[in-house]
Design a protein around this ligand. Structure first.
Ligand SMILES: Cc1cc2nc3c(=O)[nH]c(=O)nc-3n(C[C@H](O)[C@H](O)[C@H](O)COP(=O)(O)OP(=O)(O)OC[C@H]3O[C@@H](n4cnc5c(N)ncnc54)[C@H](O)[C@@H]3O)c2cc1C
Length: 401
């Protein structure tokens, strides 16, 4: 056997998995098609990602948190509002008795920390740039064919293949696992700007008739925005000059943070809900976006993917890699968390997109109830922080070794 585990995809989730597995003394390979030094690495781009508390604990247990937090911004409050309505809701770190509800980090910065750490992992091969082009699975091993950037083909055997190759996972297709996909007919336009009033560690989520708009506190007093626009309008919005773009964004958000200025480069991501119909096949598992792709409204996709990683690591630590029980345990463990979060994020987008008067009134009542009914906010905060349900060791901050 060439490897115990081959990880398809060295993005945010695949790299984190390789690092999490390090204490288990397994022979691991990551296969990644985009060169490690490439500015165009799609997983480690200029997006800002909100890391939940369970993600923080996990990186603490992996001894990576000090490097990540040095470049991250704490979120102490989350402010949720519905455009055109008076009410708003909030969650406060103090009320939840934590120092922060989460931290915002630029993907590129997180990527640099992960890439540096990968270089120090013994028994890890990073096969890059190369992509997996075929995989065959038998009771004894998985045989993976990969193609290096210069065209050369190579074949590897492993005891377990992990698909961490993103929402359009070709490894998932090779496994014969279908994914249910529904387009939201929207794109997330992301970038950063300067707001007249400082965000003071508050993250804003504003629901507008065209979709949610989030402003996240990032380094240097700037705000990262994730603005949902209709597919049909996205090209026009992206082509606007800075002043016109800021005026439209301001109109969507309002003046709670004063005037917006100094907008940076913009990029757009198509928004598709996807969910694999199964999480495992013989000698193979799915993690991260290969298993589920969420709307970014609740900033949970990566955090959910890291809980996949943490659960998989627990199963690997406790079972023989050749034991099919490992796959069953992983699938059973992850099903609930994934199904709940897919349903929650999708429900949120759909409820807030309805513009009828009864729907708006219901939302007002919901927001009020959220603020007034004791316990509701804490329960919501617990889910937002990724601390609900049975958590694997790493998500509780317990190292694997
Ligand atoms: C606008 C936006 C904002 C977001 N904000 C948040 C947030 O605040 N918080 C949060 O938790 N989540 C957020 N997310 C979700 C988060 O970005 C994703 O969940 C995360 O990037 C998934 O990581 P991944 O490694 O599974 O997949 P990807 O990032 O897609 O990485 C997949 C990797 O696999 C590689 N690959 C592709 N094909 C192959 C192949 N054949 N063989 C080998 N490798 C291959 C790719 O090159 C890539 O490196 C956001 C998403 C969007 C779109």
């Amino acid at each position: 056997m060439d490897y115990d585990i081959v990880i398809a995809g060295g993005g945010m989730v695949g790299s984190s998995l390789a690092l999490a597995l390090a204490p288990l003394s397994l022979r691991v390979a990551i296969v990644e098609p985009v060169a490690r030094t490439a500015v165009a690495q799609p997983s480690f781009d200029d997006r800002s990602t909100a890391l939940s508390r369970s993600t923080q604990r996990m990186y603490e247990a992996m001894h990576l948190w000090d490097d990540i937090v040095a470049a991250a911004t704490p979120v102490e409050r989350i402010h949720v509002s519905d455009k055109g309505r008076f009410g708003f809701s909030h969650i406060d770190a103090k009320e939840q008795q934590v120092e922060a509800l989460g931290y915002v980090v630029i993907n590129r910065v997180l990527g640099a920390v992960l890439q540096d750490a990968l270089d120090d992992v013994p028994d890890l091969d990073i096969v890059c740039p190369a992509k997996i082009t075929n995989a065959a699975f038998g009771p004894d091993n998985a045989r993976v064919t990969l193609q290096h950037a210069e065209g050369k083909e190579e074949s590897l055997t492993c005891r377990l293949l992990v698909a961490a190759d993103g929402a359009n996972s070709s490894v998932r297709d090779m496994l014969g696992i279908a994914a249910k996909k529904v387009s939201y007919g929207q794109r997330a336009v992301v970038g950063n700007l300067l707001a007249e009033k400082p965000l003071e560690n508050c993250a804003y989520e504003r629901f507008t008739p065209h979709g949610p708009l989030a402003l996240l506190p990032i380094a240097d007093g700037r705000a990262g925005f994730v603005w949902t626009v209709a597919d049909s309008d996205a090209d026009r919005v992206l082509a606007l000059d800075d002043a016109a773009f800021l005026a439209e964004l301001q109109e969507a958000f309002g003046y709670r943070l004063g005037e917006f200025s100094r907008v940076g480069a913009r990029a757009a991501y198509p928004l598709v809900l996807s969910k694999a119909v199964r999480l495992t096949a013989t000698r193979a598992v799915l993690v991260g976006n290969a298993a589920h792709g969420l709307h970014p409204v609740a900033a949970q996709g990566f955090n959910l993917g890291l809980r996949d990683v943490a659960a998989l690591c627990d199963c690997i630590a406790d079972c023989d890699l050749d034991d099919p029980e490992l796959l069953q345990r992983y699938a059973a463990w992850r099903k609930g968390d994934q199904t709940k979060l897919v349903g929650f994020t999708d429900g949120l987008v759909r409820i807030f997109s309805k513009q009828s008067t009864p729907a708006k009134a219901l939302r007002d009542i919901g927001m009020l109830g959220f603020d007034m009914v004791p316990g509701v906010r804490s329960l919501f905060a617990k889910h937002t922080m990724g601390l609900a349900g049975r958590l694997p060791r790493l998500s509780r901050g317990v190292p694997l070794s």
